[in-house]
Design a binder for this molecule. Structure first.
Ligand code: PMP
Length: 311
């Protein structure tokens, strides 16, 4: 579904609310040429207690952390970005939506050095359902191991959510879709499992969970963190600092992706090898159900994961 079909009309740009159609930037913007932007992807859920930003503090913290290696000073405080986001949701009466804040080097000079370029900041919100489709959440997806490797964390900070990094994600994802798969798994430079193009990955084996550690060149996913906490609260042991070899994918009992967009998406086949029983596995289902129960009900135990928006 394209933006034209969505009922969204306002974007926040550098302190102003701008009509969606007028939210334009100069073609010589540094971030366009060199990928020098950092961004976030978060969700507002329509919980039983009202619309709420999910793990918003963590998303804002990651945005500011992502800016650090690029010496980018975001001109707005976290409070200002929160107020702008809430106002966008309120103005457009969007009780559940996806939220995309971005900060990037703007227009001034086109040397690789951004030192004369202003930092520009924008936030957009729009309705976005299941990223990989409703069917994917229930029945799982078929994925392929990409022939593209992930950048090593010695080459570029892979823990920063940087615009330029996503050409690697795009290559991997499009290669998978061209070959008839829904999504890719990307290996790191060492050949171990890193993550999906926009998702972290979990493996279930003998009733325990495993997910690649932060030194495996992955993004420190906020849904990854939520799922680790949920799984532990459900009584599972989670190994979150391990290397996972490619072959371990084939022999896993269950596999699933996590992400703010992808939420908790089961994986049923990798390169046409059936994983476990070839459908959503029981532990994946239990964690997925708990995740959706939490974002629907916003229960007291997880209250600090929610920042409410009055609409
Ligand atoms: N890895 C990559 C490369 C991503 O783009 C994302 C999406 N932000 C994730 C993992 C999952 O992170 P999160 O749960 O914070 O959305």
């Amino acid at each position: 579904m394209g933006f034209d079909e969505m009922d969204v009309d306002t974007i926040w740009m550098d302190g102003e609310f701008v009509d969606w159609d007028d939210a334009e930037i100069h073609v010589l913007t540094h971030g366009l040429h060199y990928g020098s932007g950092v961004f976030e992807g978060a969700r507002c859920y329509d919980t039983d207690n009202g619309p709420a930003l999910f793990r918003w503090e963590e998303h804002l913290d990651r945005l500011f952390q992502s800016a650090k290696p690029y010496e980018m000073d975001i001109d707005f405080t976290k409070e200002e970005l929160t107020a702008a986001t809430k106002a966008l949701i309120q103005r457009q009466e969007l009780p559940s939506c996806y939220i995309r804040p971005i900060a990037y080097y703007g227009y001034n000079s086109l040397g690789v050095s951004p030192k004369d370029c202003p930092t520009r900041t924008a936030i957009a919100v729009w309705p976005w359902g299941a990223y990989l489709g409703e069917d994917a959440l229930e029945n799982g997806i078929d994925v392929m191991i990409s022939s593209w490797r992930k950048h090593a964390s010695s080459q570029i900070p892979t823990n920063a959510k940087t615009s330029g990094l996503y050409v690697n994600s795009m290559l991997a994802g499009e290669e998978a879709r061209r070959n008839g798969y829904a999504e890719a798994i990307v290996l790191n430079k060492e050949g171990n499992v890193a993550e999906g193009p926009g998702e972290n990955i979990f493996l279930v084996r003998d009733g325990e969970l495993f997910t690649p550690g932060l030194s495996e060149s992955i993004l420190d996913g906020i849904t990854r963190d939520s799922v680790i906490q949920i799984a532990e609260d459900l009584g599972y042991t989670v190994h979150d600092n391990v290397s996972i070899s490619r072959g371990e994918l084939n022999t896993a009992d269950e596999l699933f992706f996590t992400g703010s967009a992808a939420e908790v998406t089961p994986i049923r086949k990798v390169d046409n090898v059936v994983i476990g029983n070839g459908s959503r596995g029981p532990i994946t289902e239990e964690i997925q159900q708990k995740f959706f129960e939490i974002v629907e009900e916003a229960p007291d135990e997880y209250d600090d994961w929610f920042e409410y928006v009055d609409i």
